[in-house]
Design a protein around this ligand. Sequence first.
Ligand code: BG6
Ligand code: MG
Length: 222
Amino acid sequence: MTDYTAAIFDLDGVIADTARLHFAAWIQLASEEGFQLPPNADNRLKGVDRMASLAIVLEGAARRYTTDEQARLADRKNRLYQTLIHQLTPADLLPGAETLLNTLAAWGIPLALASASKNAKAVVEGLGIAGRFHTIADAALVRHPKPDPEIFLMAARGLGVTPARCIGVEDAAAGVTALKRAGMYALGVGDPIVLREADRVVPSLAALDPADYFTAPANRSN
Ligand code: BG6
Ligand code: MG
């Protein structure tokens, strides 16, 4: 076992069952515009910020959109998404998330959120877990989106923990790449083929034993 100090979580698709809501909002936008998403959009859109996601979505479009039109499309997608997340409750936590967060909190492990989403705060409030995180890296302040390590480094700084002492948890290939570039342990949740750069991949947080990475207070020597 390697003993880590802190855990940094991605939100959409790791803790919150929202990856499908982002995807549904993009599908609706594309269908309103009369085109379909490009192949494999489901995986490609995970972890990618709003404007970069729009660029992927527009690969399926039959015409070019101006910069102004693109800004309006991104706003429309966001409004569709916000309608969907408005209805989030603790029942939308992904399997194992609540138990894991409770255990890590009871063990005194500092926890951070590093989400590319500008809606992250609204989502964790809807899920009833906002108080679990010592720091939330603010997507609005990040200049370089995942796969750049910036957001994970910002979260580690917020916790006051060096990157090498952090475990990061991600469901997106872009997020796993960002974690490795940040010098953190990358724990993938999902498909081992998509997340092949990760140090380890589990099917869901329910499959995770926190004792693999952290020491329970009762077992600490000091
Ligand atoms: C990421 C999601 O967490 O946030 C992406 O995985 C999403 O699918 C991105 O595009 C940006 O989210 P938002 O809410 O700022 O549009
Ligand atoms: Mg994600």
